[in-house]
Design a protein around this ligand. Structure first.
Ligand code: HEM
Length: 480
């Protein structure tokens, strides 16, 4: 039986446009499958060849066309890196002071990053190197771990981690030639600017050599620099998942709690203030669109109370050995958060438990389970010498071949007593802290160190008295 269908002119036009739409969809799916195939081949390989990547605009113009979770490899030449010629032992840590006068506004706070400044190395490098080495030795995959694929959700972090360590070795050996020496493969052009791919990199003053083909890429990355790293991979739902991390100096969060999570869950489980209302949407959009040639940087700040460990108390947990390597609790804020090994680590539980009703810190010994065993409450006011400003410089950069996003976190610690001597800083810092919302104050544990506000006011008044600052002057060159 044959059925003849008569269509009006309008009907024919509709049918034609439906056909065109179906054909366009089919072509897109076909292209997508081809790319996914190319991507999966790339992911299987740990040895990338520049010749294998598709030439594409580094600005990510084709980004809108790709399916969530797929990446179109981009031919990208990292901009020329200027060598830093100063002797590293004379380079002081950059004095970031990322706080402003007045009310504190929660925003993404990102700025574009000059590609020369991706990774900063300074005279504290050797101290950080010791701490990181100790953390890797004692914490293993609780500090550094690459996740396998989560089927149907997101690919593994292995290929991006490999790509990343090569990018890092390229950058470091060119930026700090007195500190790092790279050895390249012969008859190969897959390194930067058509040079041979880097095989090994040596920290020259330490004579420590790392093999990029043989060693764990993120352990190598951690030992080479003063940074922590995470690698975020886009999932099939368009969200970014923490699929690899080298988190040796976190202070107050644990890789094991966050590995495998998407960005929003990472922040929501940490009760990051105003995340849902102010950050969630813009961050989702930003990550998906980040082009390979537009790296960004942001800074944050918080405070940390650091008390010397109770005498001879923690020998069995290794805490004394850690204190010898890391006396200011750079790696883990033990005074405020207790042991990081409790099964259900709860941020701030310890400092809340050890705080006297008069809002003054007690001297407490913290057991491995994170419980305070001994409380000697004291009425002594908080000594500003025990409070540190803890600032982070974070960068975000998209890797051209795998599309993974590298998040770098560099921590700087400065005693508040030292900051308070810097012209204009105590007044600005006190104003900024007073501008925190209730939620931010709670998140940053203000109750544990709010005594410093009075101290900062006093230092500010002294600076005004001596003419170092004017009382009504409220300027700053953020983030300095
Ligand atoms: C534009 C990118 C990002 C923005 C704007 C952002 C924002 C924030 C903010 C506002 C906080 C609270 C502390 C602070 O003041 O900084 C925070 C905490 C945190 N962020 Fe992000 N973040 C970004 C990217 C990332 C990425 C890529 C990761 C990957 C691991 C991450 C992991 C965390 C963690 C673990 C915390 C601590 C959470 C806790 O307290 O448990 N962030 N972030």
């Amino acid at each position: 039986m044959s059925v003849t269908v008569f269509l009006s002119e309008h009907g024919r036009a509709l049918a034609a446009s439906a056909l065109v739409a179906v054909l366009a969809l089919l072509i897109r799916r076909l292209r997508s499958a081809k790319r996914a195939h190319a991507g999966s081949n790339l992911n299987r390989s740990t040895n990338f060849k520049l010749g294998a990547v598709t030439a594409a605009s580094a600005s990510g113009a084709r980004d809108a066309q790709r399916e969530p979770g797929e990446w179109i490899p981009v031919q990208f030449d990292y901009p020329r890196v200027e060598p830093e010629t100063a002797d590293i032992s004379t380079v002081k840590p950059i004095p970031y002071r990322p706080f402003r006068w007045g009310e504190y506004h929660v925003t993404m706070g990102i700025r574009s990053m000059p590609s020369n400044e991706w990774i900063e190395i300074d005279q504290q490098f050797f101290d950080y190197h010791k701490i990181v080495g100790y953390r890797i030795k004692t914490r293993g995959d609780r500090a550094v771990k690459i996740n396998d694929a989560q089927p149907g959700i997101v690919g593994s972090g292995h290929a991006a981690a490999q790509e990343f360590v090569h990018e890092l070795a390229e950058y470091l050996s060119q930026r700090y030639p007195a500190l790092y020496q790279a050895v390249r493969k012969e008859k190969d052009t897959s390194g930067w600017y058509g040079q041979g791919e880097i095989k090994t990199i040596t920290i020259i003053p330490l004579q420590e050599t790392y093999d990029l083909d043989e060693q764990d890429p993120l352990i190598v990355a951690s030992l080479l620099t003063q940074e922590d790293y995470t690698i975020m991979i886009e999932g099939t739902d368009g969200r970014y998942y923490l699929q690899a991390g080298a988190i040796c100096i976190p202070g107050f969060w644990r890789l094991e709690d966050k590995l495998g999570m998407p960005l929003d869950e990472i922040h929501l489980t940490g009760n990051v203030p105003h995340y849902q209302s102010k950050l969630h949407l813009s961050m989702g959009r930003f990550f998906r669109r980040l082009p390979v040639d537009k790296p960004v940087v942001r800074n944050n700040y918080s405070f940390q109370v650091v008390r010397p460990p109770a005498p001879a108390a923690d020998t069995d947990t290794g805490a004394d050995a850690l204190a010898a390597v890391d006396p200011t609790e750079l790696a883990w804020s033990r005074t405020m958060h207790g042991s990081e090994d409790g099964a259900a680590f709860e941020r701030s539980a310890v400092i809340r438990g050890t705080l006297a009703p008069s809002n003054q810190l007690a001297h407490a010994h913290v057991s491995p389970e994170g419980k305070d065993e001994k409380r000697e409450r004291t009425k002594a006011p908080l000594d500003p010498q025990t409070v540190y400003l803890r600032t982070e410089r974070q960068t975000l950069r998209r890797l051209p071949r795998t599309g993974g996003i590298v998040f770098t976190i560099r921590v700087y610690q400065t005693p508040v007593a030292q900051l308070a001597q810097e012209p204009g800083v105590p007044g600005r810092l006190a104003s900024s802290v007073r501008g925190w919302s209730e939620e931010v104050a709670q998140y940053k544990d203000l109750f544990a160190y709010e005594d410093i506000l009075e101290y900062l006011d006093k230092c500010h008044a002294e600076q005004a008295q001596t003419g170092l600052v004017k009382l009504d002057e409220q300027t700053s060159a953020y983030p300095m």
